[in-house]
Design a protein around this ligand. Structure first.
Ligand code: HEM
Length: 297
Protein backbone atom coordinates (compact mmCIF):
# COMPACT_ATOMS: atom_id res chain seq x y z
CA UNK A 1 0.00 0.00 0.00
CA UNK A 2 1.21 3.55 -0.73
CA UNK A 3 1.18 5.96 2.19
CA UNK A 4 -2.44 7.06 2.67
CA UNK A 5 -1.67 10.77 2.64
CA UNK A 6 -0.78 10.71 -1.07
CA UNK A 7 -4.18 9.93 -2.56
CA UNK A 8 -6.51 11.26 0.16
CA UNK A 9 -7.83 14.42 -1.46
CA UNK A 10 -9.90 17.39 -0.36
CA UNK A 11 -8.03 18.61 2.74
CA UNK A 12 -8.34 22.29 3.54
CA UNK A 13 -5.17 22.72 5.63
CA UNK A 14 -1.63 21.43 5.34
CA UNK A 15 1.83 21.74 6.77
CA UNK A 16 5.13 20.98 5.08
CA UNK A 17 8.24 20.32 7.19
CA UNK A 18 11.60 19.85 5.49
CA UNK A 19 14.27 18.77 7.94
CA UNK A 20 17.94 17.82 8.21
CA UNK A 21 19.24 15.14 10.56
CA UNK A 22 21.33 16.64 13.38
CA UNK A 23 24.88 15.29 13.36
CA UNK A 24 24.60 14.03 16.94
CA UNK A 25 21.22 12.35 16.39
CA UNK A 26 20.93 8.74 17.52
CA UNK A 27 19.41 7.03 14.47
CA UNK A 28 17.44 4.45 16.47
CA UNK A 29 15.93 7.19 18.63
CA UNK A 30 15.14 9.17 15.47
CA UNK A 31 13.34 6.14 14.04
CA UNK A 32 11.29 5.80 17.23
CA UNK A 33 10.37 9.48 17.08
CA UNK A 34 9.31 9.21 13.40
CA UNK A 35 7.10 6.22 14.30
CA UNK A 36 5.38 8.48 16.85
CA UNK A 37 4.91 11.19 14.21
CA UNK A 38 3.42 8.58 11.87
CA UNK A 39 1.12 7.31 14.61
CA UNK A 40 -0.58 10.71 14.57
CA UNK A 41 -2.25 9.55 11.31
CA UNK A 42 -5.99 9.39 11.97
CA UNK A 43 -9.39 9.86 10.34
CA UNK A 44 -8.76 13.59 10.61
CA UNK A 45 -5.07 13.79 9.79
CA UNK A 46 -2.98 12.38 6.95
CA UNK A 47 0.76 12.19 7.58
CA UNK A 48 3.41 11.38 4.97
CA UNK A 49 7.10 10.74 5.68
CA UNK A 50 9.72 10.71 2.94
CA UNK A 51 13.51 10.74 2.69
CA UNK A 52 16.18 12.27 0.50
CA UNK A 53 19.08 10.19 -0.79
CA UNK A 54 21.23 11.05 2.21
CA UNK A 55 18.21 10.60 4.50
CA UNK A 56 17.96 7.03 3.17
CA UNK A 57 21.69 6.49 3.62
CA UNK A 58 21.76 7.84 7.18
CA UNK A 59 18.78 5.81 8.22
CA UNK A 60 20.51 2.73 6.79
CA UNK A 61 18.15 1.70 4.02
CA UNK A 62 18.62 0.91 0.31
CA UNK A 63 18.46 4.04 -1.84
CA UNK A 64 15.92 3.72 -4.72
CA UNK A 65 17.44 3.40 -8.23
CA UNK A 66 17.98 6.68 -10.03
CA UNK A 67 17.41 8.71 -6.86
CA UNK A 68 19.36 11.94 -6.53
CA UNK A 69 19.39 15.32 -4.80
CA UNK A 70 17.72 18.32 -6.37
CA UNK A 71 20.44 20.47 -7.96
CA UNK A 72 20.00 24.21 -8.56
CA UNK A 73 19.06 24.99 -12.16
CA UNK A 74 19.66 28.10 -14.24
CA UNK A 75 17.54 28.62 -17.31
CA UNK A 76 17.43 31.14 -20.14
CA UNK A 77 17.14 34.83 -19.24
CA UNK A 78 18.71 34.14 -15.82
CA UNK A 79 15.70 32.15 -14.61
CA UNK A 80 16.63 30.22 -11.48
CA UNK A 81 15.41 27.22 -9.54
CA UNK A 82 17.44 26.98 -6.33
CA UNK A 83 18.06 23.79 -4.38
CA UNK A 84 17.32 23.64 -0.67
CA UNK A 85 17.68 19.87 -0.39
CA UNK A 86 16.91 18.62 3.12
CA UNK A 87 16.87 15.00 4.33
CA UNK A 88 13.42 14.26 5.71
CA UNK A 89 10.15 15.68 4.41
CA UNK A 90 7.00 15.43 6.53
CA UNK A 91 3.62 16.44 5.12
CA UNK A 92 0.48 16.65 7.21
CA UNK A 93 -2.96 17.54 5.82
CA UNK A 94 -6.44 17.71 7.23
CA UNK A 95 -9.92 19.19 6.96
CA UNK A 96 -9.21 21.11 10.15
CA UNK A 97 -6.72 23.91 10.72
CA UNK A 98 -6.93 23.08 14.47
CA UNK A 99 -5.80 19.51 13.77
CA UNK A 100 -2.86 20.85 11.75
CA UNK A 101 -1.96 23.25 14.54
CA UNK A 102 -1.91 20.39 17.08
CA UNK A 103 0.10 18.26 14.68
CA UNK A 104 2.73 20.99 14.21
CA UNK A 105 2.97 21.50 17.96
CA UNK A 106 3.33 17.80 18.81
CA UNK A 107 5.48 16.72 15.90
CA UNK A 108 7.95 19.57 16.40
CA UNK A 109 8.31 18.65 20.05
CA UNK A 110 9.07 15.07 19.02
CA UNK A 111 11.50 15.80 16.20
CA UNK A 112 13.38 18.78 17.69
CA UNK A 113 16.04 16.68 19.47
CA UNK A 114 16.94 14.91 16.21
CA UNK A 115 16.07 17.18 13.31
CA UNK A 116 16.70 20.77 12.30
CA UNK A 117 13.66 22.22 10.56
CA UNK A 118 14.90 23.94 7.38
CA UNK A 119 11.47 24.80 5.97
CA UNK A 120 8.18 25.02 7.81
CA UNK A 121 5.30 26.11 5.62
CA UNK A 122 1.58 25.96 6.22
CA UNK A 123 -0.85 25.89 3.33
CA UNK A 124 -4.59 26.19 2.85
CA UNK A 125 -7.18 25.23 0.29
CA UNK A 126 -8.20 28.38 -1.57
CA UNK A 127 -11.84 28.24 -2.73
CA UNK A 128 -12.43 25.17 -4.96
CA UNK A 129 -8.73 24.09 -4.97
CA UNK A 130 -7.45 27.17 -6.73
CA UNK A 131 -3.99 28.64 -6.71
CA UNK A 132 -4.15 32.21 -5.32
CA UNK A 133 -3.86 33.52 -8.88
CA UNK A 134 -7.48 32.28 -9.05
CA UNK A 135 -6.84 29.33 -11.39
CA UNK A 136 -7.92 25.81 -10.45
CA UNK A 137 -4.81 23.74 -9.65
CA UNK A 138 -4.96 20.01 -10.20
CA UNK A 139 -7.43 19.77 -13.13
CA UNK A 140 -5.14 17.64 -15.30
CA UNK A 141 -4.05 15.36 -12.46
CA UNK A 142 -4.30 11.68 -13.39
CA UNK A 143 -7.59 10.28 -12.08
CA UNK A 144 -9.01 6.89 -11.06
CA UNK A 145 -6.79 3.88 -11.75
CA UNK A 146 -4.42 6.05 -13.79
CA UNK A 147 -3.24 7.79 -10.61
CA UNK A 148 -1.53 4.72 -9.19
CA UNK A 149 -0.17 3.76 -12.62
CA UNK A 150 1.57 7.12 -13.09
CA UNK A 151 2.63 7.69 -9.51
CA UNK A 152 3.66 4.42 -7.88
CA UNK A 153 6.67 2.18 -8.47
CA UNK A 154 5.08 -0.94 -10.04
CA UNK A 155 4.45 -4.09 -8.01
CA UNK A 156 7.30 -6.57 -8.18
CA UNK A 157 9.97 -3.89 -8.34
CA UNK A 158 12.17 -2.94 -5.39
CA UNK A 159 10.48 -0.07 -3.54
CA UNK A 160 7.09 -1.07 -5.02
CA UNK A 161 4.25 1.31 -4.15
CA UNK A 162 6.75 4.05 -3.34
CA UNK A 163 6.94 7.35 -5.22
CA UNK A 164 9.35 10.18 -5.94
CA UNK A 165 8.46 13.57 -4.48
CA UNK A 166 9.26 17.10 -5.61
CA UNK A 167 8.79 20.08 -3.28
CA UNK A 168 9.20 23.69 -4.39
CA UNK A 169 8.07 26.80 -2.56
CA UNK A 170 6.98 29.37 -5.15
CA UNK A 171 6.44 33.04 -4.29
CA UNK A 172 4.02 34.98 -6.48
CA UNK A 173 4.05 38.57 -7.59
CA UNK A 174 0.28 38.59 -7.38
CA UNK A 175 -0.06 42.32 -8.03
CA UNK A 176 1.71 42.07 -11.35
CA UNK A 177 -0.25 38.91 -12.34
CA UNK A 178 -3.53 40.66 -11.57
CA UNK A 179 -2.54 43.70 -13.61
CA UNK A 180 -3.28 41.54 -16.66
CA UNK A 181 -6.82 41.13 -17.94
CA UNK A 182 -8.34 37.68 -17.35
CA UNK A 183 -7.93 36.78 -21.04
CA UNK A 184 -4.19 37.44 -20.78
CA UNK A 185 -3.93 35.54 -17.47
CA UNK A 186 -5.54 32.57 -19.25
CA UNK A 187 -2.82 32.73 -21.89
CA UNK A 188 -0.18 32.60 -19.14
CA UNK A 189 -1.68 29.48 -17.58
CA UNK A 190 -3.12 27.82 -20.74
CA UNK A 191 -6.58 27.24 -19.24
CA UNK A 192 -9.69 29.34 -18.72
CA UNK A 193 -9.97 30.94 -15.30
CA UNK A 194 -13.59 30.30 -14.38
CA UNK A 195 -14.03 26.71 -15.60
CA UNK A 196 -10.43 25.52 -16.04
CA UNK A 197 -10.95 24.46 -19.66
CA UNK A 198 -7.70 23.83 -21.54
CA UNK A 199 -7.03 26.26 -24.40
CA UNK A 200 -6.97 24.34 -27.68
CA UNK A 201 -5.00 24.64 -30.91
CA UNK A 202 -3.82 28.13 -31.85
CA UNK A 203 -5.45 29.53 -28.72
CA UNK A 204 -2.87 27.69 -26.60
CA UNK A 205 0.33 29.81 -26.49
CA UNK A 206 3.59 27.87 -26.69
CA UNK A 207 4.92 29.70 -23.63
CA UNK A 208 1.91 28.99 -21.38
CA UNK A 209 2.39 26.95 -18.22
CA UNK A 210 0.38 24.05 -19.65
CA UNK A 211 2.46 24.02 -22.87
CA UNK A 212 5.63 23.99 -20.75
CA UNK A 213 4.70 20.97 -18.64
CA UNK A 214 2.31 18.84 -20.74
CA UNK A 215 5.13 16.86 -22.35
CA UNK A 216 5.96 13.55 -23.96
CA UNK A 217 9.35 11.88 -24.13
CA UNK A 218 9.68 9.08 -26.72
CA UNK A 219 5.88 8.86 -26.85
CA UNK A 220 5.53 8.56 -23.06
CA UNK A 221 3.45 11.25 -21.34
CA UNK A 222 5.40 12.81 -18.47
CA UNK A 223 2.50 12.59 -16.02
CA UNK A 224 2.85 13.64 -12.41
CA UNK A 225 0.28 13.94 -9.61
CA UNK A 226 0.15 17.34 -7.88
CA UNK A 227 -0.95 18.03 -4.31
CA UNK A 228 0.22 21.64 -3.96
CA UNK A 229 -1.26 24.07 -1.41
CA UNK A 230 -1.32 27.88 -1.56
CA UNK A 231 0.04 29.97 1.30
CA UNK A 232 -0.58 33.63 2.02
CA UNK A 233 0.51 35.87 4.86
CA UNK A 234 1.63 39.44 5.31
CA UNK A 235 5.20 38.71 4.20
CA UNK A 236 4.71 36.61 1.11
CA UNK A 237 2.25 34.46 -0.77
CA UNK A 238 2.39 31.76 -3.35
CA UNK A 239 2.17 28.04 -3.88
CA UNK A 240 3.90 25.24 -2.02
CA UNK A 241 4.30 22.88 -4.96
CA UNK A 242 4.14 19.20 -4.13
CA UNK A 243 4.36 16.59 -6.89
CA UNK A 244 4.52 12.79 -6.95
CA UNK A 245 5.72 10.53 -9.75
CA UNK A 246 7.08 7.03 -10.30
CA UNK A 247 9.99 8.54 -12.21
CA UNK A 248 12.19 11.43 -11.12
CA UNK A 249 12.97 12.07 -14.82
CA UNK A 250 9.44 13.45 -15.32
CA UNK A 251 10.09 16.26 -12.86
CA UNK A 252 13.49 16.97 -14.43
CA UNK A 253 11.98 17.20 -17.91
CA UNK A 254 9.17 19.55 -16.79
CA UNK A 255 11.44 21.83 -14.77
CA UNK A 256 13.96 22.15 -17.60
CA UNK A 257 11.15 22.93 -20.02
CA UNK A 258 9.81 25.65 -17.68
CA UNK A 259 13.31 27.15 -17.66
CA UNK A 260 13.56 27.14 -21.46
CA UNK A 261 16.24 24.43 -21.42
CA UNK A 262 14.42 21.94 -23.66
CA UNK A 263 14.75 21.80 -27.46
CA UNK A 264 12.19 24.54 -28.18
CA UNK A 265 14.12 26.99 -25.95
CA UNK A 266 10.84 28.53 -24.72
CA UNK A 267 10.46 29.27 -21.02
CA UNK A 268 7.25 29.18 -19.00
CA UNK A 269 5.60 32.60 -18.86
CA UNK A 270 4.36 31.78 -15.37
CA UNK A 271 7.94 32.29 -14.21
CA UNK A 272 7.57 36.01 -14.99
CA UNK A 273 5.12 36.13 -12.07
CA UNK A 274 6.32 33.47 -9.67
CA UNK A 275 9.75 32.43 -8.43
CA UNK A 276 10.81 29.19 -6.78
CA UNK A 277 12.64 29.76 -3.48
CA UNK A 278 13.32 26.16 -2.61
CA UNK A 279 13.61 22.81 -4.34
CA UNK A 280 14.09 19.25 -3.11
CA UNK A 281 13.60 15.63 -4.11
CA UNK A 282 12.47 12.93 -1.72
CA UNK A 283 11.19 9.38 -1.97
CA UNK A 284 8.04 8.36 -0.13
CA UNK A 285 8.25 4.60 0.49
CA UNK A 286 5.14 2.40 0.71
CA UNK A 287 3.57 2.03 4.18
CA UNK A 288 5.13 -1.44 4.46
CA UNK A 289 8.60 -0.27 3.49
CA UNK A 290 8.29 2.73 5.78
CA UNK A 291 7.56 0.57 8.81
CA UNK A 292 10.52 -1.67 7.91
CA UNK A 293 12.79 1.39 7.53
CA UNK A 294 11.66 2.76 10.89
CA UNK A 295 12.14 -0.47 12.80
CA UNK A 296 15.06 0.23 15.17
CA UNK A 297 18.10 -2.08 14.73
C1 HEM B 1 3.99 28.86 -9.30
C2 HEM B 1 3.94 27.57 -9.41
C3 HEM B 1 2.85 26.86 -10.14
C4 HEM B 1 1.55 27.22 -10.31
C5 HEM B 1 0.84 28.48 -9.78
C6 HEM B 1 0.93 26.20 -11.11
C7 HEM B 1 -0.39 26.23 -11.52
C8 HEM B 1 -0.94 25.35 -12.43
C9 HEM B 1 -2.25 25.48 -12.99
C10 HEM B 1 -3.25 26.58 -12.66
C11 HEM B 1 -2.43 24.45 -13.86
C12 HEM B 1 -3.64 24.19 -14.75
C13 HEM B 1 -4.67 23.33 -14.11
C14 HEM B 1 -4.22 21.93 -13.81
O1 HEM B 1 -4.14 21.09 -14.71
O2 HEM B 1 -3.89 21.70 -12.67
C15 HEM B 1 -1.22 23.66 -13.83
C16 HEM B 1 -1.00 22.51 -14.56
C17 HEM B 1 0.11 21.73 -14.46
N1 HEM B 1 1.24 22.00 -13.75
FE1 HEM B 1 1.56 23.65 -12.61
N2 HEM B 1 1.86 25.24 -11.41
C18 HEM B 1 3.04 25.60 -10.82
C19 HEM B 1 4.23 24.91 -10.88
C20 HEM B 1 4.40 23.70 -11.50
C21 HEM B 1 5.61 22.93 -11.49
C22 HEM B 1 6.90 23.33 -10.78
C23 HEM B 1 5.37 21.80 -12.21
C24 HEM B 1 6.28 20.66 -12.55
C25 HEM B 1 7.30 20.26 -11.85
C26 HEM B 1 4.00 21.85 -12.66
C27 HEM B 1 3.38 20.88 -13.38
C28 HEM B 1 2.11 20.97 -13.89
C29 HEM B 1 1.51 19.94 -14.72
C30 HEM B 1 2.12 18.61 -15.13
C31 HEM B 1 0.25 20.42 -15.09
C32 HEM B 1 -0.78 19.72 -15.99
C33 HEM B 1 -0.47 20.00 -17.44
C34 HEM B 1 -1.44 19.24 -18.34
O3 HEM B 1 -1.22 18.04 -18.57
O4 HEM B 1 -2.40 19.84 -18.81
N3 HEM B 1 3.46 23.02 -12.21
N4 HEM B 1 -0.33 24.23 -12.94
Amino acid sequence: MPQNAIFTEGSTSAVFLECSIKSAADINQLKKCLIKVLEMNSDQLQVLISFSKSGYEKIGSKVPDGFKDFKSLTGINHLKMPSSQSEIFIWGHSFSKSVIFDFVLHSKKLINPFLTIDIEQEGFRYHDSRDITGFVDGSANPKGDKRKLEVLIPLGETHENGTFVLTQKWTHDLTSFHEHKVEEQEKIIGRTKEDSIELEGDAQPNNSHVSSVDLKVDGEAMKIYRRSFPFANTEDNGLFFLGFSKSIQRFDVQLKSMLGLSDDGISDRLMDFSKPESGAYYFAPSSKELSEILTPN
